[in-house]
Design a protein around this ligand. Structure first.
Ligand SMILES: *Cc1c(COP(=O)(O)O)cnc(C)c1O
Length: 229
């Protein structure tokens, strides 16, 4: 099942990339592996998936001990300040930077590891009460403040769009995200390199790619329904 799922998603990425005039190879299919068992992850790995996204520190570190650096790890979930230290030496990219307090701690931990940590700024694009992320009107000021940290490098933006049955309904939000992304890019701010636009999940990744996403985060679409215990 995982094989057919991945093939179908890759086909959809190809089609959507064409619509937005891009090369499908420039779009990362990030496999969201929260709650997913090691066998299923290994299966995906053997089908060419080598970047995994987790939303809990404990689960990420546990799985890291198994796969180590044979794959790349992304932290996509809300990150508590006191847990940054456990993943600072393991992650390729943190998608969920949304506070200055968190930025300060990521910077501190990165320095301790002797590295620079790449991050995305999470935007609450639909201003949903239940969602993390900063509001779009606060983005400029936020980025200016984060840009002073030497051991953090902002590489782009991320959003979790509203849950919708019809993915077309999220097109306006993905369009807004792309505009924010391009605006910041054009400002050429020191220490900011807008490379990644992380948006689109199982229900709406096709529209997200059409609107410019170059990282899509797909869990259910690859592994099936999640089982939480
Ligand atoms: C769970 C999760 C996803 C994947 O969701 P699916 O609908 O299963 O594809 C993507 N992004 C974040 C931040 C998540 O927590």
């Amino acid at each position: 099942m995982i094989k057919e799922n991945i093939e179908r998603i890759r086909e959809n990425i190809k089609r959507a990339a064409k619509v937005s005039g891009r090369n499908p190879d420039d779009i990362l299919l990030l496999a969201v592996t929260k709650t997913v068992d090691i066998d299923s992850m290994t299966c995906a790995y053997n089908l060419g998936i080598n970047e995994f996204g987790e939303n809990r520190v404990q689960e990420l570190t546990k799985k890291y001990d198994i796969f180590k650096d044979s794959v790349k790890w992304h932290m996509i979930g809300n990150l508590q300040t006191n847990k940054v230290k456990y993943i600072a030496d393991k992650v390729k990219l943190i998608h969920s930077l949304d506070s200055l307090k968190l930025a300060a701690e990521i910077d501190r931990c990165a320095k301790n590891c002797g590295r620079i940590i790449d991050v995305l700024v999470e935007i609450n694009i639909a201003n949903e009460q239940s969602k993390h992320g900063i509001r779009q009107e606060c983005l400029d000021e936020f980025i200016q403040k984060v840009s002073i940290y030497k051991n953090i490098s902002i590489k782009g933006l991320m959003t979790v769009a509203p849950f919708v049955e019809n993915s077309q309904k999220n097109r306006i939000y993905f369009d807004k995200m792309r505009n924010l992304f391009v605006d910041i890019k054009n400002k050429n701010i020191d220490n900011i390199n807008m490379l990644y636009l992380s948006m689109g999940m199982t229900n709406d990744y096709d529209v997200a790619v059409e609107e410019g996403a170059n990282i899509i985060r797909v869990g259910t679409g690859i592994f099936g329904k999640r089982h939480y215990n």
